[in-house]
Design a protein around this ligand. Structure first.
Ligand SMILES: NC(=O)C1=CN([C@@H]2O[C@H](COP(=O)(O)OP(=O)(O)OC[C@H]3O[C@@H](n4cnc5c(N)ncnc54)[C@H](O)[C@@H]3O)[C@@H](O)[C@H]2O)[C@@H](O)CC1
Ligand SMILES: Nc1ncnc2c1ncn2[C@@H]1O[C@H](COP(=O)(O)OP(=O)(O)O)[C@@H](O)[C@H]1O
Length: 471
């Protein structure tokens, strides 16, 4: 798990004021981070085109040119000249070294984008957009310095960006690199230090990026156990019974000792799942909403869901029910909600009476999750998307490990089942959401079939091998 920051400005200031460093030192290290990455992947003599802008992002690029010059074939292109004092100083230095500027961008083994970084404060003009189109059309390996040009400080594209294979980001990870909109642009994200260790550079943060190493599976260690030791997940099956069945299968696969489908009428469930028309007294967690429709009457929901004290996952159709959303007010209960952006828009309108479009939510994912959390801090919200956001009690976690393999009906039902299984086994809502989400995304990464071919049952099957892939 790594810390995430909205901006690194205050962290740079700490380096100057507390540690006695200066911009020159930080920049030297920023460039060293990029140089080391290039040296690790490309033989000496490879060609490197560095496109530098007028500010300090450009200055990082100029320093990189100096550090690589001699060992690599360096081409430095500076279409907008220099503006910042550091960029001017760095340019004077490379000129003394004998590096001359080239007139236009040209094909190279490595293309480095150091046009604009954290200082981008307005939409790119036509000339810059055209330049980016040219750079993106080049075949070389694409490396972005700090933040790909065109990704704004909130992660939105202005209006599009350098299409990086890797972003070497300076000092600490930034939120802008983790908005869904920028996910295709940033490529792999590598953080380099700026002359002090990451621990000393970073401050306190309430926002974290999850890693595969954060996965903690419900591995069974005790020997004297029985099925009751591992909880009982009760999954509601609604009008579209398949959704509940998928969630139930995932719950059973993820270790719930017993899983029961709560049904209105007989469903064709797999033999290892039980079904009843009432919630069993031994149930230890509930999951409701997947394919629910208007299947159960209000009296039934009131008795078995709303008045229950069991930990609960709310998904899908649950967000259309004002009565079920009353559960958000239940402070003493473990409540996990897993809306995708459209469902979040419905939820928001139900709880606030405020209409907010899916696009607005997607552009402001961090802000929306924080706003929800301010009102319901005890509820664990998992906002689905290319990067899932999970928040409870002012702590926000990002899971960037998902892939487009998951963009298929049923993936979310699997997730609800995974979370229900962990709640049934006694995990807190936050732990269940984090571990369920990690499990879903790592199972998807382990899937060996074609990117378009996965079925929810493949995901459920892949879960059984995660323990081995962890070793
Ligand atoms: N302490 C520091 O200042 C450090 C800075 N570093 C580097 O410096 C970068 C930040 O430098 P700056 O603050 O100078 O910012 P940038 O170099 O990202 O851009 C600032 C310049 O671009 C102009 N600009 C902004 N948006 C524009 C647009 N859409 N079209 C045209 N011009 C635009 C601004 O007016 C300004 O002149 C970081 O991303 C990082 O790469 C690192 O070297 C680490 C230390
Ligand atoms: N491109 C993607 N990258 C990463 N994760 C994705 C992507 N597309 C979908 N997912 C994940 O897959 C799941 C889909 O959930 P959802 O849309 O509710 O599916 P359903 O309701 O059909 O089961 C979510 O957890 C989401 O974060």
């Amino acid at each position: 798990m790594r810390k995430l920051f909205k901006s690194c400005y205050a962290l740079d200031q700490k380096c100057y004021e507390q540690y006695g460093l200066n911009e020159d030192i930080l920049m030297e290290h920023a460039a060293r981070g990029m140089a080391e990455y290039i040296k690790g992947r490309f033989e000496e003599g490879a060609s490197v085109l560095i496109v530098s802008g007028p500010g300090n992002n450009g200055a990082d690029g100029i320093v990189l040119a100096r550090q690589l010059f001699g060992a690599y074939e360096v081409h430095l292109y500076m279409p907008f000249g220099v503006k910042s004092p550091m960029a001017r100083l760095q340019l004077e230095r490379v000129q003394k070294l004998g590096i001359s500027l080239c007139d236009e961008p040209k094909e190279a083994d490595v293309i480095v984008d150091a046009l604009f970084g954290a200082g981008l404060n307005r939409r790119l003009d036509e000339a810059t957009q055209q330049l980016l189109h040219r750079l993106n059309a080049l075949n070389g390996f694409k490396l972005a310095c700090d933040v790909p040009t065109g990704v704004g400080s909130d992660g939105r594209l202005m209006p599009f960006a350098f299409d990086a294979d890797v972003t070497i980001t300076m000092g600490a990870l930034k939120e802008s690199l983790y908005l869904d909109e920028s996910k295709d642009m940033v490529g792999e994200i590598v953080c380099t230090d700026l002359g002090v260790s990451r621990e000393r550079y970073e401050d306190q943060s309430d926002t974290f990026v999850l890693d595969a190493s954060d996965l903690q599976l419900p591995i069974r260690t005790a020997a004297s156990t029985h099925k009751g030791t591992f909880g009982h997940a009760a999954v509601f099956c609604g009008e579209k019974e398949g959704a509940g069945i998928i969630a139930g299968m995932a719950a059973s696969r993820f270790g719930a000792g017993l899983t029961t489908l709560i049904v209105h009428e007989k469903v064709s469930q797999p033999p290892f799942l039980m079904h009843t028309t009432v919630v069993p007294s031994s149930a230890t967690a509930l999951a409701i909403g997947m394919g629910l429709g208007a299947h159960f009457d209000q009296e039934f929901l009131d008795k078995y869901v709303i008045k229950s004290h069991l930990p609960i996952v709310l998904d899908a159709d649950a967000f259309y029910s004002k009565e079920l959303l009353g559960i958000l007010e239940q402070n003493e209960r473990e409540v996990v909600i897993t809306p995708h952006p459209k469902e979040f828009s419905v939820l928001w309108s139900q709880i606030n009476g405020e209409e907010i479009s899916v696009d607005e939510i997607q552009c402001n994912r961090f802000e929306m999750v924080r706003k929800f959390n301010a009102r319901y801090p005890h509820v664990t919200l998992l906002l689905k998307g290319a990067n899932m956001l999970i928040m409870q009690e002012e702590r926000l976690y990002i899971n960037p490990l998902g892939t487009s393999v998951l963009s298929k009906g049923g993936s979310g039902d699997v997730l609800s089942g995974l979370i229900a299984a962990l709640l049934a086994q006694g995990y807190t809502g936050l732990e269940a959401a984090i571990q369920g989400s990690l499990t879903l995304t790592l199972a998807a990464q382990n899937y060996k079939g074609a990117s378009y071919a996965i079925l929810p049952t493949d995901l459920i099957d892949a879960i059984q091998y995660l323990e081995m892939s962890q070793k």
